[in-house]
Write a protein that binds this ligand. Structure first.
Ligand SMILES: C[C@H](O)[C@H](O)[C@@H](O)C(=O)CO
Ligand SMILES: [Mn+2]
Length: 419
């Protein structure tokens, strides 16, 4: 290992120790945190089942950076490349449209066997798998409704797809030995002001009740539900609102998914974590970055990311939180997007672990808000970067921006050859 990395680390460790912070213990804790890396950044949310369907559901990918994965093998190859540049052992989050099969199969007919290659790969790589039914980019979702659809036949199709998804998730959990988190998000909503807000919500509740009627051992699968304020084409009303799913999760013992881009533009999920975890057992995060709207930009080291990490660390809530990523930027190298967003998420957790929380809490309780602000601000320039570099070096991944060289080489050798 580069001796400068080791020396900087030692100096940093001493500085943190002066505030009672055990850096080695923080790194040990960090190494046990798994981030769920979303497969859909790798191919602009296209999937492999319906090559001719364009992305729908009120979400959008912009950009046409070359080299996106076209097959499951390519996607796995790209994920391996990204994972080789990210410290720690993590999970990969699949959507149903990423089934790896030659069969012409519809979503309601999916079975574990259609994901066998993913499971085999995950086992080889020592990765966990998470899952999502895909209730969009399909002709039966063209009018913007799925699980709350007024047509019984269409609603049943989506219920059957979600049931099939839970069976697949259970299989993931059994095979990998790591609990699969299955996230349910549906785009259902109206562009303009509806007359009846209640009936679609009653139908969505009924559908969810049917989907979850089959018990699954939580050792293998846990279900999460994800709300949204608005989407493109559902600006006036989304059936699965925050209140709807918060209530549903509490009443039915489900995990709640908070996506950073799914609320009012000035509303932040960091301020929701401590509230929702008072009433629900487990949380799923979709760490994302809204820029003026739910634009799903790559996660950067901004105030909100750090605040999310602080909430989890300070409240000792990491054990009850599944950290997933959700962004899709088609304007930059797809592998780099994963690396940037995931490294930032892990780095933010480290930064949060390297704060003098006890000291700050004491200042707060003593109404010494001057010290609270002063210390918080000074710690923003404490040498967390030296600790991060050491962590990357000991984990066998590139230090600082060195990873970019590898991504550029991969782009030349692999991605640009995909024509
Ligand atoms: C593709 C994902 O399931 C999707 O992004 C969903 O989680 C979401 O956030 C929709 O806005
Ligand atoms: Mn999301």
């Amino acid at each position: 290992m580069d001796q400068r990395v080791v020396e900087s680390y030692k100096l940093a460790k001493e500085m943190y120790a002066q505030h009672g912070i055990d850096v080695d213990a923080a790194l040990e804790q960090l190494a046990n945190i798994k981030v769920s890396i979303h497969c859909w950044q790798g191919d602009d949310v296209q999937g492999f089942l319906f090559k001719d369907e364009s992305l729908s559901g009120g979400i959008a990918v912009t950009g046409s950076y070359p080299g996106r994965a076209r097959t499951a093998d390519e996607l796995r190859q790209d994920l391996e490349q990204a994972l080789s540049l990210i410290p720690g052992k993590h999970k990969v989050n699949l959507h149903a449209i990423y089934a790896d099969t030659d069969e012409q199969i519809d979503l309601d007919q999916l079975e574990p066997k259609h994901f066998a290659s993913w499971v085999e790969w995950a086992k080889e790589q020592g990765l966990g798998l998470d899952f999502n039914p895909t209730c969009f980019s399909h002709p039966k979702a063209d009018d913007g409704f799925t699980l709350s659809h007024p047509d019984e036949g269409i609603r049943k199709f989506w219920i059957d797809h979600c049931k099939a998804s839970r069976t697949i998730a259970e299989y993931f959990g059994k095979e990998t030995g790591q609990t699969c988190v299955t996230n349910f998000w549906v785009p259902d909503g109206y562009k303009d002001i509806p007359v009846d807000r209640l009936a679609p919500r009653q139908r969505l509740k009924q559908s969810l009740d049917e989907i979850f009627a089959q018990p699954i051992d939580p050792q293998y699968n846990i279900d999460a539900v994800e709300s949204k304020l608005f989407g493109i084409g559902s600006e006036s009303y989304v059936v699965g609102s925050h209140e709807f799913y918060m209530g549903y999760a509490i009443a039915n013992n489900k995990a709640l998914c908070l996506d950073a881009g799914h609320f009012h533009p000035t509303e932040v999920i960091s301020n929701k974590i401590s509230s929702v975890l008072m009433y629900i057992d487990q949380l799923l995060l979709h760490v994302s970055r809204p820029v003026r709207w739910d634009s799903d930009h790559v996660v950067i080291m901004d105030d909100e990311l750090l605040d999310i990490a602080r909430e989890l660390v300070r409240g000792k809530l990491l054990d009850r939180t599944h950290i997933g990523l959700d962004f899709f930027d088609g304007s930059i190298n797809h592998v780099a997007a994963w690396v940037i967003g995931t490294r930032n998420t892990i780095k933010a957790l480290l930064r949060a672990m390297l704060e003098p929380v006890d000291q700050l809490r004491e200042a707060e309780l003593n109404k010494d808000y001057t010290s609270r602000l002063a210390i918080t601000e000074e710690f923003k320039s404490y040498p967390f970067g030296a600790v991060w570099d050491y962590y990357c070096a000991t984990a066998g991944v590139p230090v600082r921006e060195d990873w970019l060289k590898q991504v550029k080489a991969y782009e030349q050798d692999v991605l640009l050859k995909r024509v």
